[in-house]
Design a protein around this ligand. Structure first.
Ligand code: IVH
Length: 520
């Protein structure tokens, strides 16, 4: 667009006609892309047009059109999906939240089956994938159609979309003549993050989580869009069958794997509820590192003959249960933002929160990374959280997975106090009397004062535990100095992990310190 006049030089008349031209061009491009499967311009050109449109609108807000391309996200679906009626309904699972619920479930099964309470009962245990369920039907080894769960009775025909997912075989050999494979379509965290960057570059709304991204990607009327999305599929069940796959759930899943489907590597069999629960705990620990979202475990009776005897209730099988992980998200108020002085001189902002329980753990502080993160930009300058900045007084959503440091996932702009002000990093440093600098190209503010770093770090920790801030009883200025000098507490986080990090030996050392006893 080099030949186009710069926006800053435009007259009002020029701007009006340019906006009209851009609205037309972008609408045409959208139609070609979303409805006709044949993009008329490349993505970069599309982005440039969209940006130019936004710049003109910014300079001449009163000229913004009712049909402004800035307000459009993609294009409206051309038509709805065809419906597919499931021959076997796609059911949901009843839930267990605590170990006791799982024990009760296993006890109920044994009672129903007239088995002795102390007898072993083989069960399978596998992650509950947080995606969307899909049923894929094969006839004589050919994929014939694929349907979403819908209301469980009738789903949407997404055959063309499913055909674009590499994880879903298009042909099978050695399969029953009729085989309907069921499983979960999902997206990894890494692919989700990359997709959102691309969405924003294209001027489209980012997805709020990997599940929504997977659903939005699969349920595209244009299968070419689905094809460009990194969707994956885990097979874990089946529907219509011309002959049994196996005698047990575990053998059937192994058979699906042998046929070419991805099955979850954390699938195991267990003989007691204790084993189920210990696998649950192990997977819960590994959860943050899996790279995709799971929201619990699913336990199923392994023996398919027993499954048949147990049968179904209205919407759930009697032979399976979902054991959910505690929720990982919670909303709370941001009380303040403190600057933490790191050992290397990095000045890191930390969120001080009204304490809230997230996934069973009370969270009172969260990392804010750096100045840009607070402003709503990532390290590449792309907007994060939809560009929402974080302000003291905001209601913020805390995300915590496994033992990772809690993060702020979202900000509720509707609850933002009217008098709130954007966080000013430089101003805050001045208030705290911390000398810092941010070099061009560096995301981090760094300490640039003359005072020794340790003294400064101790002062910042003292402030953190003081009555004006966290008001931590029994941990005052004196203790901070003692603990800092011994290397036990060097950052705000260290305060909260102190107990977990201390073995009996160290506890003994503490009790020998001046002014400390067994109790403190
Ligand atoms: S078994 C008859 N196994 O959870 C029940 N479901 O709340 C068949 N899900 O609609 C489902 N991971 O979309 C099963 N490993 C897993 C699962 C799983 C995720 C979903 C599935 C189902 C929902 C039930």
């Amino acid at each position: 667009m080099a030949q186009d006049p710069p926006v800053s030089d435009m007259s009002e008349d020029q701007a009006r006609s340019e906006l009209q031209r851009l609205a037309l061009a972008l609408a045409q491009a959208n139609r070609a892309y979303h409805h006709d499967d044949s993009p008329s311009i490349d993505d970069a050109t599309f982005d440039r047009l969209k940006l130019r449109n936004a710049q003109i609108e910014q300079r001449f807000p009163h000229l913004k059109r009712k049909d402004s391309p800035s307000d459009q996200i993609g294009a409206k679906p051309k038509e709805g999906f065809c419906k597919i009626r499931h021959r076997q309904p796609m059911l949901s699972l009843s839930n267990a939240f605590e170990a006791k619920d799982v024990e009760d479930f296993v006890a109920r099964l044994k009672k129903f089956l007239n088995l002795k309470p102390q007898s072993d009962m083989r069960m399978t245990a596998e992650p509950k994938i947080d995606g969307l369920s899909l049923a894929v039907r094969y006839e004589k080894g050919q994929l014939v159609h694929a349907a979403t769960r819908g209301d469980g009775e009738t789903g949407e025909d997404v055959t063309a979309n499913a055909l674009t997912i590499a994880d879903i075989p298009k042909t099978l050999s050695g399969a029953p003549d009729i085989l309907e494979v069921r499983g979960e379509v999902y997206m990894t965290h890494a692919d989700f993050a990359a997709l959102n960057v691309a969405q924003e570059q294209a001027g489209q709304k980012p997805f709020s989580n990997p599940r929504n991204a997977a659903a939005g990607s699969l349920r595209q009327l244009d299968a070419q869009v689905t094809k460009a999305r990194p969707l994956l599929f885990f097979a874990y069940a089946w529907g219509d069958l011309s002959e049994p796959l196996a005698h047990s759930q575990s053998e059937a899943v192994a058979r699906l794997q042998a046929l070419g489907f991805s099955t979850n590597p954390l699938f195991i069999t267990c003989d007691t509820s204790e084993e189920l629960i210990s696998h649950y705990r192990a997977v819960e620990m590994a959860r943050a590192d899996l790279g995709y979202d799971i929201d619990g475990m699913v336990y199923k009776v392994d023996d398919l003959a027993l499954q048949a005897r147990l049968g179904f209730r209205a919407t759930t099988p009697r032979w399976a249960i979902a054991h959910k992980f505690p929720a990982e998200l919670a909303w709370t108020e941001l009380l303040g933002i403190d600057i933490q002085v790191g050992r290397t001189g990095a000045l890191s902002p930390v969120a001080r929160l009204n304490p809230v329980t997230v996934g069973g753990v009370v969270v009172s502080n969260a990392t804010l990374h750096n100045e840009d993160y607070i402003a709503g930009r990532d390290s590449k300058g792309q907007s994060i959280r939809g560009g929402k900045d974080i302000r003291v007084g905001d209601w913020v959503q805390i995300y915590r997975a496994g033992d990772v440091i809690p993060k702020i996932a979202d900000v509720d702009l509707a609850r933002r106090p009217a008098d709130s002000r954007a966080f000013d990093f430089a101003e805050k440093l001045k208030q705290e009397g911390i000398q810092g600098q941010r070099a061009p190209g560096d995301a981090i503010w760094r300490y640039s004062g003359a005072e020794p770093l340790a003294d400064l770090a101790i002062e910042s920790l003292k402030h953190f535990v003081s009555r004006q801030a966290f008001d931590i009883e029994g941990l005052g200025a004196k203790q901070i100095e003692q603990f800092y000098n011994r290397g036990w507490i060097r950052s705000f986080e260290d305060i909260f992990t102190l107990k977990a990090r201390f073995g009996p030996g160290q506890l003994q050392q503490v009790s020998k310190l001046e002014g400390w006893g067994e109790k403190s």
